[in-house]
Design a binder for this molecule. Structure first.
Ligand code: C5P
Length: 230
């Protein structure tokens, strides 16, 4: 059975400022999506990308990524209005012989191959669902509607969650098809698996797997990329 990576890449990236779909914004002169797919192509057998839902985007993204996936098979589908819908569309395009699936945000272009491999290893060791995560470093407070602090949360039991997240294919498909999943707009896939009552295993994340969301994140990404190349 083969392994696959599903890459939701259809976000508009409005928090990053003007400049088109986030996955196609440039890091070291190449789209974020290219960085992410190059890495995943070294780890899995199939890469399925949910492209921005613009006219011609599926063909454009296919042409962009075909030289970047190495020996992996590339499939590109049109993404949806939400991340969850984009993942669902990519899942529907998975080849039949895929048993394990990574879901990885195009917006985390510098997540190392070793991180993807450690998530797959935890799946092979028997986990149903695996997420990389880091301890929370900021103090976290809960606030009310008026921005008044309600409480300080114990951060020692909190984790900041990243991708790639890994799943047995049947588990991920079941989670996305579960009653009520549509209405949830989950920000990650493990959240849908939690609703099934299945355990989600945490493995150590990577500082380099940070998500490019705001302009400062791109500055950091350029610096990390340059340091790796030096
Ligand atoms: O917006 P956010 O940074 O949380 O998006 C995480 C990932 O989900 C990004 O890679 C983005 O391209 C993807 N996404 C998507 N379809 C959407 C919205 C976001 O594939 N409709």
């Amino acid at each position: 059975m083969r392994t696959a990576a599903v890459v939701p890449a259809a976000g508009r990236g409005e928090r990053l400022g003007p400049g088109g779909p986030k996955a196609l914004r440039l890091l070291a002169g190449r789209p974020l999506l290219v960085h992410a797919v190059q890495t995943l192509g070294q780890v899995v057998d199939v890469v399925v990308v949910a492209a921005p839902p613009d006219p011609g985007a599926v063909d454009d993204v296919t042409a962009l990524l075909a030289p970047e996936v190495g020996t992996a098979q590339l499939v590109v589908v049109a993404g949806g209005a939400t991340r969850q819908e984009s993942v669902r569309r990519a899942l529907a395009a998975l080849p039949a012989d895929v048993a394990s699936v990574l879901v990885h945000d195009a917006a985390r272009p510098l997540a190392p191959a070793a991180l993807a491999r450690s998530v797959l290893a935890a799946l092979e060791a028997g986990a149903h669902a695996v997420i990389p995560a880091l301890p929370v470093t900021d103090t976290v407070k809960r606030v009310d509607a008026d921005e008044v602090v309600v409480e300080t949360v114990d951060r020692s039991v909190l984790r900041a969650v990243q991708t790639p997240q890994g799943f047995r294919r049947v588990v991920l498909e079941q989670a996305h098809a579960a009653p009520g999943a549509d209405a949830l707009e989950a920000t990650d896939d493990a959240g849908l698996v939690e609703r099934l009552g299945l355990p989600v295993q945490v493995v150590p994340g990577s500082e380099e797997a940070f998500k490019v969301t705001r302009p400062l994140d791109l500055v950091l990404a350029e610096a990390v990329h340059a340091a790796r190349a030096a």
